[in-house]
Design a protein around this ligand. Structure first.
Ligand code: ES4
Ligand code: ZN
Length: 329
């Protein structure tokens, strides 16, 4: 309990958080009612029960994309992001870099001119309203392929200065990073920072490819680096790129079924790979960032100084520092 108080008070940056994954069952039901969208749940309790168990990443993703059906207007997106910032503030989050999935909305006929201003206004208000500074990272849905990603990048150009980076998410196995090399190259030329989900369900070769072919500054998840000691050695030697670990996500999606706790302990206690702690899709995985720190502390036996070091990593790995400053550190 003492350690939990410490975790709550520790200033933190959250670097791996999908805004669509912060949609709590209560808000989902309220937006469904406001917008006249039909959902297959009688109430928020029933909607929450549907989120209790996932067999794997794709099983989760189908529920996550179904949840987005209630998000239609600018106001809906504002309310979604604002609710996250309010909660994050209570968890000691001082800076957040939020992923959003443009294609999850454009594919349903919700245009950039509706979802982006809603998200962006919430970001602009978050510092004064909640004491949280924030950025937006647009993710390409890897299962839709590189042409759709390139088209999405073009649609984002009017909002270029309001976006800090690009990412890559959704179903991993079968959609390797190298497919997206050209669109990531173009993103870099536009001045956007680069990250990618890699080594979540897929193996270390996806992490190697994200580094080599996409030039990413962080690896989202990356837990499967442990399957390749040479890759671990490389991440240790270069002090990065940092991994944005999401322990409760990995638990709920069974990415290392049977031995996750040992893997987390190994990564944090037996390697020098820089890691950060994040919540991924907290409304679906049963815990915001503090619960993720607490779970990791429990399975890896971490004390207060080790937890403070993880929080320090989160600011160091953030895009508060420009790329040149990061090189020097
Ligand atoms: C995601 Cl946990 C996870 N993995 C990959 N893509 C995602 N999109 C939202 N959550
Ligand atoms: Zn994620």
């Amino acid at each position: 309990a003492e350690l939990e108080t410490f975790i709550g008070r520790l200033p933190k940056a959250e670097l791996h958080i999908h805004v669509e994954g912060t949609l709590e069952p209560e808000l989902m039901m309220a937006l469904a009612a406001r917008n006249g969208v039909a959902l297959p749940y009688a109430d928020a309790t029933a909607a929450a029960a549907a989120r209790a168990r996932f067999a794997n990443l794709d099983d989760f993703l189908s529920l996550y994309y179904a949840g987005t059906s209630v998000l239609l207007t600018r106001r809906d997106f504002y309310d979604l992001a604002d609710a996250y910032f309010a909660r994050a503030a209570t968890e000691g989050v001082r800076h957040a870099e939020l992923f959003f999935d443009p294609q999850a909305h454009t594919a349903r006929g919700v245009p950039w001119s509706e979802f982006f201003p809603g998200l962006h206004q919430a970001v602009l208000d978050a510092l004064a309203k909640h004491g949280v500074s924030a950025g937006l990272i647009m993710c390409f849905l890897r299962h839709l392929g590189p042409e759709a990603a390139a088209e999405t990048l073009e649609q984002a150009l009017p909002y270029r200065d309001a976006i800090c980076g690009v990412g890559l998410d959704s179903s991993e196995v079968g959609f390797p990073p190298a497919l997206f090399a050209a669109v990531f190259q173009r993103a870099a030329e536009l001045g956007w920072r680069r990250v990618a989900h890699a080594g979540e369900e897929a193996g270390p070769e996806y992490i190697r490819s994200a580094l080599q072919d996409l030039g990413v500054e962080r690896i989202d998840h990356g837990i499967h680096c442990l399957d390749d000691p040479q890759l671990v050695a490389q991440l240790e030697a270069n002090a990065g790129p940092a991994l944005t670990l999401c322990p409760l996500s990995n638990l709920r999606l069974q990415v290392y079924s049977g031995c996750l706790e040992a893997k987390l302990r190994q990564l944090v206690c037996e390697t020098r790979v820089p890691v950060t702690v994040n919540s991924d899709d907290p409304a679906y995985f049963g815990g915001y960032v503090c619960a993720n720190y607490a779970y990791l502390a429990q399975v890896a036996g971490l004390d207060a100084p080790q937890l403070a070091a993880l929080a320090a990593n989160s600011f160091r790995a953030s895009f508060l520092l420009d790329a040149a400053a990061k090189e020097r550190h």
